[in-house]
Design a protein. Structure first.
Length: 137
């Protein structure tokens, strides 16, 4: 700040502070409305889709000539060599954790249904970890 300049301090109850609070409240309300709309219209996870749907979506995708869809198509084709199905996951910032945990528990349920050795022990281990980290399960 140069000499002679004064800083304008905002006093509680002044029009500037009240306007700032009103803008903040409007922004918060708008963010909450957007999040609510997403929660109501996008499930956390989808049903299983055949991996061919993913490949087909990139076959018909036109990215405007940038070539990026081609890279995604190559990736989808690579995935189709190992996997038969996939689930879509809501992309809300927690999608990685949701996808990882969903796959972990889905795989464990398949092992439990098949009476695979060690599956019950793994379930118990996860329950203990859940109690330790989250206080429930």
């Amino acid at each position: 700040m140069s000499e002679g300049e004064e800083t304008k301090e905002m006093e509680p109850g002044s029009p500037d502070v009240d306007e700032e609070y009103a803008r903040r409240d409007q922004t918060t309300a708008q963010i909450n409305a957007i999040e609510l709309e997403i929660r109501e219209n996008q499930p956390l996870t989808s049903d299983l889709y055949p991996i061919s749907h993913l490949v087909d979506s990139y076959l018909t995708d036109d990215d405007g000539g940038g070539g990026q869809a081609n890279y995604f198509l190559q990736g989808a084709c690579h995935l189709s060599q190992k996997y038969t199905a996939y689930r879509r996951v809501r992309g809300d910032g927690n999608c990685y954790y949701r996808a990882f945990l969903y796959a972990l528990y889905e795989g464990l349920l398949k092992r439990l249904k098949a009476n695979e050795a060690g599956a019950v022990d793994e379930l118990e281990r996860l329950k203990i970890l859940g109690r330790f980290y989250f206080g429930f399960v």
